[in-house]
Write a protein that binds this ligand. Structure first.
Ligand code: PHE
Length: 347
């Protein structure tokens, strides 16, 4: 039996020395010391020994057990240290490897221009307001003095949501004039930028979705002169003091009198031609239309509960894309929406 214990000891110590992983070590511990282990198996035979031999064998067995336990602890420490070492090596970060460059974006050119325009109007006392793109026909047309059957309401120009044409994607930010006037008393001085939608085919100067910036000023003694000075002041800030602009008479149902403001084409400088061909930016017009404007129609004022005998106002609606094209010297509107970084990076 002593021999048996000695063999167990030698084999156990050798096996423990050879174990390389925490799992292998655990497997050995069960095999050697567990209830069904080799040592237990030998100890079960102690009963067969004589009373004199029993304590002596007991001592040997305990010594073997203590040796195996000590070896287990020793290997455990070594293996755990090795595991930790391997883990640290695997997770090590080489701080000398060059990093991946982060490509920084920047504000979209449209937003740059929008921001510049907003800043100018805010500087003149305007408040920025926001409103829904899905709008009631009432606000987009009816309350803007645009009756049933008016060509602007045509289904071929407008995205309607309902069969009765009562809900639509707003075709103009002028709907905001009504929303503001219904809720505020004069003096009113607001700027309402936002997206508008029309069933236009996309070309160099048209897109089915574009941006407008609506302005509305209502107070006592507001005149067309106030309208003109506000717009000329802003345009000269945007396009430079020598920018050439003109006002043209026009018609809008919700303003009277009405006008449009044009800027001389930045591509052909008003000649309508580039290298002997028709200028593609202004279609040979020599001018680019920037906005529609006028004095708020008395019917629109009274419809919103504002006394037209006491108050007057002006309104304008400018096309942001048109403004951006002139300011950034862009010749095709579609470039603004393509989001090609080679284009965007130029601004
Ligand atoms: N809403 C008009 C348009 O989209 C522009 C406009 C705004 C005209 C305000 C007059 C007053 O063409």
């Amino acid at each position: 039996m002593k021999q048996q214990l000695e063999t167990i000891r030698q084999q156990a110590l050798a096996a423990l020395d050879a174990a390389e992983t925490p799992a292998a070590l655990e497997e050995l511990r069960v095999k050697l010391l567990g209830k069904k282990g080799e040592l237990t198996a030998v100890l079960k035979q102690m009963g067969k020994l004589s009373p004199e031999e029993r304590p002596i064998m007991g001592q040997v067995a305990n010594a073997v057990r203590a040796d195996i336990e000590a070896k287990l602890e020793e290997r455990k420490t070594v293996i755990n240290a090795a595991v930790l070492e391997a883990k640290l090596a695997a997770e090590a970060i080489d701080v000398t490897i060059p990093g991946e460059a982060v490509t920084m974006g920047h504000e979209h050119p449209m937003n740059q221009v929008l921001q510049a325009i907003k800043d100018l109007f805010v500087g003149m006392g305007y408040t920025i307001v926001d409103g829904p793109e899905v709008e009631l026909s009432d606000y987009n047309f009816t309350k803007l003095n645009t009756e049933e059957g008016h060509p602007a309401r045509d289904r071929s120009d407008t995205f309607y949501f309902t069969d009765d044409d009562s809900v639509l994607l707003r075709t103009q930010t002028s709907s905001m004039q009504i929303r503001v006037m219904e809720n505020a008393k004069p003096p009113i001085c607001i700027l309402a930028p936002g997206r508008v939608y029309r069933k236009d085919e996309a070309d160099a100067t048209h897109s089915p979705m574009f941006h407008q910036i609506e302005g509305l000023v209502v107070a006592e003694n507001i005149t067309m002169g106030n309208l003109k000075s506000a717009l000329v002041t802003v345009m000269k800030q945007i396009y430079g003091q020598d920018a050439v602009m003109r006002f043209r008479p026009h018609h809008f149902p919700f303003t009277e009198p009405s006008c449009e403001m044009d800027m001389q084409c930045h591509k052909c400088h008003g000649t309508g031609e580039v290298d002997g061909a028709v200028c593609s930016t202004c279609h040979g017009e020599g001018w680019i239309e920037l906005l529609g404007a006028g004095m708020v129609h008395p019917k629109v004022l009274s419809g919103c509960g504002i006394d037209p005998e006491k108050y007057s106002g002006f309104a304008f609606g400018m096309g942001l894309e048109r403004m951006a094209m002139g300011r950034l010297k862009i010749t095709d509107l579609r470039l603004i929406f393509d989001n090609d970084v080679r284009f965007l990076n130029q601004f």
